[in-house]
Design a protein around this ligand. Structure first.
Ligand code: FA5
Length: 357
């Protein structure tokens, strides 16, 4: 018997065509039955029906046969080709349906509660925690929480606070000016004093926490954006003693049992008279460090009695009313409270850092 070579040479005996066709059909059928998914079926298709697949190559022999053989074998070759493609299509459909069912089954039995990547809890930012603590203390003393714009006019940020256009005090706070003439990012929460006094007659007792901006270079204790808490009390016979007692209550509430010394020294702010500055003992060193600039003290607050000019500017009679105001550097207080030795960490929003609070 002539052995069928891979090239299916002309002249193969008729019996060999029959057995080769059977062999191909059986092999193809078995391989398709064993293909358990669409990828495997595609491999089988390429092996048998692809451009140089076993069936494709075999069927090509027909072109080389004599016209007599073509007549007698043409139908059989053609049947092999068509039947193979049909059985491939059937198996393809079968596997597609099975795959669809599998997906539906998985979806139907998908337990949404079983999937947990580990719970992630959010937490309040340390500035929010301390701000809330201070707000609670002042609310308990009858203060109202007030708010003011961060994009402000020169009038509210400087002029109405007794800082005249050509006053050198304007140089004290380097300002982010906007392209819009006369507008700036507020450099202090003291603007809220004016907005409040314009809309409210004394007695006034407000606390205004908020963000402020200064165009200055940063270091361990200075940032270009930080938080202040403004306090304002206007009424009758308000004195420096009221201011210092209030600050004592406030700092006690924040620092609790921590024994950090404070010192009060004269300070100049054009919208208060007299003015003071409050410093806290540096918790990071004994002899001076980069946070306290080797002074052992960290300035946390500017304060004083409301200047008569400010009261006049908002229509309150300074002979009848007096008041105190303070601007606490909230971000610095947060640093001191939690022992954070670089203020800039507070706005990096690094999760690993924030998770500690
Ligand atoms: C003021 O901003 C005044 N408005 C405070 C005030 C209010 C005085 C009411 C009188 C009456 P000063 O520029 O000193 O003052 O800022 C107040 C506090 O903000 C400082 O004591 C300090 O704790 C904090 N602070 C100032 N500059 C920065 C900065 N660059 N980064 C972080 N905190 C700062």
């Amino acid at each position: 018997m002539i052995k069928i070579t891979e090239n299916y040479q002309i002249g193969i005996l008729e019996m060999d065509y029959v057995s080769k066709i059977q062999e191909l059909e059986q092999g193809f059928g078995l391989a398709m039955a064993q293909a358990s998914d669409l990828n495997k079926l595609e491999q089988v298709r390429q092996q048998y029906l692809g451009r140089s697949g076993l069936i494709t190559e075999f069927v090509k022999i027909i072109k080389e046969l004599s016209s007599e053989d073509k007549k007698s074998w043409g139908g059989e070759f053609n049947r092999l080709k068509i039947a193979s493609e049909q059985s491939y299509q059937l198996r393809l459909q079968e596997l597609q349906i099975a795959q669809k069912r599998q997906v539906e089954l998985e979806r139907a039995s998908f337990d949404v509660t079983a999937y947990q990547v580990g719970r992630q809890f959010g937490s309040l930012h340390p500035c929010s925690l301390i701000s809330a603590k201070i707000e609670d203390v002042f609310i308990s003393m009858g203060y109202q929480i007030a708010d003011g714009p961060e994009i402000e006019t020169e009038f509210y940020n400087f002029e109405a606070l007794n800082v005249a256009k050509d006053h050198p005090a304007r140089d004290m706070q380097d300002t982010f000016w906007l392209n819009l003439p006369g507008y700036l990012l507020r450099t202090q929460t003291s603007n809220v004093q004016i907005h409040t006094m314009q809309n409210q007659q004394p007695p006034i007792a407000i606390l205004a926490p908020g963000r402020v901006y200064r165009s200055e270079s940063t270091d361990a204790s200075h940032d270009f954006a930080f938080m202040q808490v403004e306090g304002l009390l206007v009424g009758r016979d308000i004195s420096m003693a009221n201011l210092l007692a209030t600050m004592q209550v406030c700092l006690q509430a924040i620092f609790g049992q921590q024994r950090l010394e404070i010192r009060v020294r004269p300070g100049f702010f054009p919208f208060v008279e007299p003015g003071v500055e409050i410093d806290m003992e540096c918790p990071f060193c004994k002899q001076g460090c980069s946070v306290c600039k080797r002074t052992r003290w960290i300035e946390i607050c500017g304060a004083g009695l409301v200047h008569p000019n400010v009261l006049r500017a908002v229509g309150a009679d300074p002979d009848e009313f007096s008041g105190f105001a303070f601007g606490l550097g909230l971000t610095r207080v947060v640093m001191l409270n939690y022992g954070i030795n670089d203020i800039r960490l507070l706005h990096t929003n690094r999760v690993a850092f924030l998770q500690q609070f």
